[in-house]
Design a protein around this ligand. Structure first.
Ligand SMILES: CC(C)(COP(=O)([O-])OP(=O)([O-])OC[C@H]1O[C@@H](n2cnc3c(N)ncnc32)[C@H](O)[C@@H]1OP(=O)([O-])[O-])[C@@H](O)C(=O)NCCC(=O)NCCSC(=O)C[C@@](C)(O)CC(=O)[O-]
Length: 720
């Protein structure tokens, strides 16, 4: 299936990595050519397009054969196209009858055209735009009832003006778009049916349309009637549209401007995008050979396309293509620049990096201090910095600050976790950076959100003490921090959650924003359940070791050979299973132990009894019994044991990374991945934690610094 485009605003320096060209020549192109191409030739066209790397084809339309005899073989074409691997097959359908055919043929997508111009709608479809909306609702209902998986795309045509009607109000386009989505269209696209659009109009209308449809605004269909087709594509790319219709040899297009160019020529569009570094996955020589074939088939017809006339320049380099096996990650194409250290900031960057963003970590020239921490800090750097690039920049030099600013200006997202005021000192704060980059999303990860405590220095342990968590974790009178950096990690995660939400909002508004997350407030969120326990019961929550358990059996037991095991039964049903499995039927027959709350009330005596009974079993015997009967249990495991955990080994929960610093630099170990799957797969390690300044040269060159300038910066120790 086609990827839904990132509905996002690109900063001037970043083009998307990929775009989809949907070849619509077999439908839009051929429908405006009177002669009927033999089916065999069309099949050859489909074969050739697939071989050239085309992954989306609109192969025809389900309209009455008497109206468009050229497209009467659409069903046969869909059936053939569906046999080709990874080919997403679209058809146009004007009404319910066509939709039924599309679903019966199992097309991947049916495009329902609607004209925003009332006059054009009546002339072309003999329905008002609102009648088309109603038809979409009926088609959606029919699709849902049939269980078909054919996607419904509604294409809003004459969106920029109409030959018959003249001006088309943008507000009417947006109203119809919203109505189509409300009626059940899975996605919408905009078409410049008669070639009236220019880049400024595209920018304005698509920005508004993104506000209405967000990520459900799928693509653009531009014509080259007046030579502005490619310019309009560039304008749409700038606001985040990455799917474009085009026809080989530029056939089809506007029927109301005889002799003018038709659709954008697929080969011209692919040439432009590839040259810009936006991968289309099309093989240019094969595409041009296919264009030759189509030209032969259509001999005598007016064909278009500038590349065909001039040929590929000798310096042409296609956009880099990722290996087929490497899946597209959700945040690919986004650039994050992080000014982070310790755990909280790096965790935020790690989440974005694992999800596919390009994350560039700015380090001092002598390195992030966590590269060299001892003891409990030794694992920080390798754990939280994989999949990132490192550039060493000295912010204490004007040249270093200049590099940092340039880099931050090229970013979609800046994340930082320094002391309040430190980023402002260097002109790297949100107010300064966003003035030149309004799409910027800026995450500040701090000890406290703004307020009375904001200038205090906070570390995880500080907020665990002042936020009730240490009190809840330790025994009474012995406050104890949790066994890992819970607030740093979660504070970083909440920063990333805010960033993801801001990205969605930016897709709709084109504007970025500042996101803040903090250790203290995170900790308060964690202990919120205990605060509400007090609010509801009037009894203060007791520290975990002393808590009134909600369940009688929910504890660590020391069993045979002094081994320990955690056992639980958290419902009356589980209690029954537990007693039967261990032969404790006498406990079952005691009426005072009948319900969970009865057992909780008698917990001290009951637990003492259970400890005695369970002490005769080994931990392995109890594990086996509990596993067999579906009861909760857990061995008491230490972090180092997890390297050998069979579940983690079998599911790839740990991935290899190379250590960068310290005595074991260069050695390989394994690190925990983000605890989630997407489409059934874990998000893996694409690159090792970087060595200090590993990407300094590469990043500076991409920013436009020449080799001499880079050497100069290195010489001045402004970068490292
Ligand atoms: C974490 C603290 C307290 C550290 O406090 P700090 O070490 O004093 O760091 P800072 O933020 O004040 O800035 C450090 C200095 O490094 C400089 N610096 C930085 N980058 C560069 C560069 N490229 N080139 C040159 N210089 C650089 C930066 O410019 C500044 O120098 P100054 O400008 O003042 O001269 C502070 O940063 C802060 O309050 N941050 C916000 C809250 C926060 O993130 N807290 C830490 C969470 S992670 C953590 O603490 C781990 C831990 C301990 O909790 C683990 C656990 O207990 O489980």
């Amino acid at each position: 299936m086609a990827a839904i485009p990132d509905a996002r605003h690109f900063s001037p320096l970043s083009w998307p990595r990929e775009a989809i060209i949907r070849e619509v020549g077999l439908r839009d192109g051929l429908q405006s050519i009177a002669r009927t191409l033999p089916t065999e030739h069309k099949l050859e066209w489909i074969r050739g397009a697939h071989a050239a790397g085309q992954r989306e084809l609109e192969v025809g339309s389900f309209v009455p054969a008497r109206l468009l005899p050229q497209l009467a073989d659409t069903r046969q074409l869909v059936e053939f196209a569906k046999t080709l691997p990874e080919l997403f097959v679209s058809v146009l359908v004007p009404n319910m009858r066509g939709a039924e055919d599309a679903m019966a043929a199992n097309a991947d997508l049916m495009l329902i055209p609607l004209s925003a111009s009332h006059a054009h709608s009546m002339a072309n479809l003999r329905k008002t735009p609102d009648e088309v909306v109603a038809e979409v609702a009926r088609i959606r209902a029919a699709r849902d009832a049939s269980g078909s998986r054919t996607i419904i795309e509604a294409g809003v045509g004459t969106a920029f003006g109409c030959t018959l009607q003249g001006a088309v109000e943008p507000s009417e386009v947006l109203r119809l778009m919203q109505a189509l989505l409300d009626a059940g269209a899975d996605r919408v696209s905009l078409a410049d049916t008669v070639g009236y659009a220019n880049p400024a109009m595209v920018d304005a209308l698509f920005c508004e349309a993104l506000r209405v449809a967000g990520g459900r605004l799928h693509g653009a269909h531009f014509h080259d009637t007046r030579g502005l087709g490619l310019a309009n594509v560039v304008a749409a790319l700038r606001v985040g549209i990455t799917s474009f219709d085009a026809c080989l040899a530029g056939i089809g297009g506007c029927p109301h401007a005889p002799g003018a160019s038709g659709n954008i020529a697929t080969e011209d569009l692919a040439f432009m995008l590839e040259g810009m570094g936006v991968a289309t996955h099309l093989d240019m020589p094969r595409l041009l050979a296919l264009r030759e074939y189509v030209a032969q088939c259509l001999e005598g017809e007016t064909l278009h396309g500038a590349l065909w006339q001039a040929g590929l320049p000798s310096t042409f380099t296609p956009a880099p293509v990722r290996p087929a096996a490497q899946r597209r990650l959700p945040l690919e194409g986004l650039r994050v620049v992080e000014f982070t250290h310790m755990v909280m900031g790096p965790t935020c960057g790690l989440v974005l990096a694992d999800l596919g963003a390009e994350v560039i970590k700015i380090e001092p020239v002598d390195g992030d201090r966590t590269r060299h921490l001892l003891g409990a800090g030794a694992g920080f750097f390798p754990m939280f910095n994989r999949n990132k690039k490192s550039i060493a920049v000295n912010l204490h030099t004007p040249e270093g600050v200049e590099v940092a600013r340039k880099l931050a200006c090229s970013a979609d997202i800046v994340a930082e976790n320094f002391r309040p005021g430190m980023m402002k000192k260097y002109g790297l704060d949100y107010a300064t950076l966003s003035a030149g980059n309004p799409g910027l999303i800026y995450a500040s990860l701090k000890g406290f959100l703004p307020g009375p405590y904001e200038s205090r220095t906070a570390l995880d342990e500080v907020v665990q003490m002042m936020g009730g968590l240490a009190y809840m974790t330790g025994r009474p009178g012995d406050p104890l921090r949790a066994g890992t950096s819970v607030n740093d990690i979660m504070g970083g995660m909440f920063g990333a959650i805010g960033i993801l939400a801001a990205l969605i909002e930016r897709g709709a508004t084109g504007k970025g924003q500042e996101v803040q997350s903090a250790l203290f407030e995170n900790n308060i969120f964690l202990v919120g359940q205990h605060m509400l326990q007090y609010a509801i019961t009037g009894v203060a929550a007791a520290p975990m070791p002393e808590r009134i358990s909600a369940w009688a059996l929910y504890d660590v037991f020391t069993v045979k050979d002094q081994e320990q095991i955690f056992l639980a039964a958290v419902s009356d049903a589980q209690w029954k299973v537990f007693c039967n499995a261990l032969g404790f039927t006498d406990l079952l027959s005691r009426p005072e132990l009948a319900t969970n709350n009865d057992r909780v009330r008698l917990r001290p005596a009951l637990l003492a009894d259970l400890r005695e009974r369970l002490a005769t079993y080994t931990a392995a015997e109890l594990s086996e019994l509990f596993e067999k009967h579906g009861l909760p249990f857990a061995p008491i495991v230490r972090p180092e044991d997890l390297f050998d955990d069979p579940h983690l080994q079998a599911t790839g929960g740990l991935a290899e990374i190379r250590l960068t610093d310290g005595e074991r630099a260069g050695q390989i170990t394994r690190a925990a991945l983000l605890p989630l799957t997407m489409t059934g797969e874990r998000l893996g390690v694409r690159s090792n934690p970087p060595t200090l300044g590993e990407h300094t040269g590469e990043v500076l060159a991409a920013l436009g610094y020449g080799e001499d300038q880079i050497q100069n910066l290195l010489g001045k120790k402004a970068v490292g």
